[in-house]
Design a protein around this ligand. Structure first.
Ligand SMILES: Nc1ncnc2c1ncn2[C@@H]1O[C@H](COP(=O)(O)OP(=O)(O)OP(=O)(O)O)[C@@H](O)[C@H]1O
Length: 252
């Protein structure tokens, strides 16, 4: 069962083919790694998949639905959520409220119900709080629910970003360098969390990562991008032992 099917995706900036004929199939529930040297086009792929950039060519099918050319908001509603290379939390909101922002795809009340504090408002708020706490528990952040997100340690801020993305109930979660800047203990904990959320929320994950321990440790398949195009794609043991990959990327 295909969750994401991308065919011949491409975009150029001036004369630079940042992403060129990129094709990938990610099956439901799969955990796929997207790796490659700096400037290979990985983040641009995420920007294309999430509607930040419109592709010059190619097609993106999510769970059978053609989402090519849609806006970022429409694509999030269709089921793709992401995190960013640089943490982008709402710093002046609490940990709990950061997760509740993500819940607005599933829980709604009218402005009138909110302003007049109608019963629907209280009912929805209660349900949102319960769901947000449940997500925070999975991420080990329940104790910090009322802390300002800016005051969390770095590793926990990274986790909170994933928690907020997950709160939008995505079919496909895109993680852009989730372990960037983490120490080895934080990375180990993150690997456990990613494994846990896959099981619990049955979500399909595509992640960009430079930390090879994480990639080799949890990814079931790996796609290697080089100069915007495919260098290798397949099972970790094959990809990571591929001489072309070692030459271009691992430098060993
Ligand atoms: N909006 C843009 N305008 C012009 N060039 C861009 C734009 N976005 C990306 N690029 C270029 O496209 C290429 C791919 O960049 P991208 O950020 O996707 O690489 P990356 O693989 O994510 O790199 P890194 O691992 O360093 O994050 C780079 O040469 C970059 O300068």
């Amino acid at each position: 069962m295909e969750m994401l099917s991308v065919k011949n995706l491409g975009i150029s900036f001036g004369g630079l083919h940042a992403v060129d004929s990129f094709s990938i199939t990610v099956n439901k529930g799969e955990l796929y790694g997207l790796i490659g040297p700096n400037g290979a086009g990985k983040t641009t792929v995420f920007n294309l998949l999430t509607g930040v950039y419109k592709p010059d060519m190619g097609q993106i099918i999510l769970d059978g639905e053609n989402i090519t050319g849609r806006s970022a908001i429409e694509i999030n509603k269709a089921g793709i959520a992401r995190t960013f290379q640089n943490i982008r939390l709402f710093n002046n909101l609490s940990v709990l409220d950061n997760v509740k922002v993500g819940l607005h795809n599933d829980y709604k009340y009218s402005s009138i119900a909110g302003i007049l504090r109608l019963p629907k408002y209280y009912k929805t708020e209660k349900a949102m709080n319960e769901r947000a706490y449940e997500i925070l528990e999975v991420f080990g952040l329940k104790e910090e629910a009322n802390v300002l997100s800016a005051n969390l340690p770095y590793g926990k801020q990274r986790k909170l970003e994933i928690a907020r993305a997950l709160a939008t109930s995505p079919k496909l979660l895109l993680l852009d360098e989730p372990a960037a800047g983490m120490n080895p203990a934080e990375t180990d904990e993150l690997m456990e969390t990613i494994t846990l959320i896959r099981k619990k929320y049955d979500v399909t994950i595509l992640l960009i990562e430079h930390d090879m321990k994480l990639v080799a440790g949890i990814c079931e398949k790996i796609f290697v991008l080089n100069f915007g195009t495919e260098l290798a794609n397949g099972l970790p043991q094959d990809v990571l032992n591929n001489p072309e990959v070692i030459k271009a990327y691992l430098g060993e």
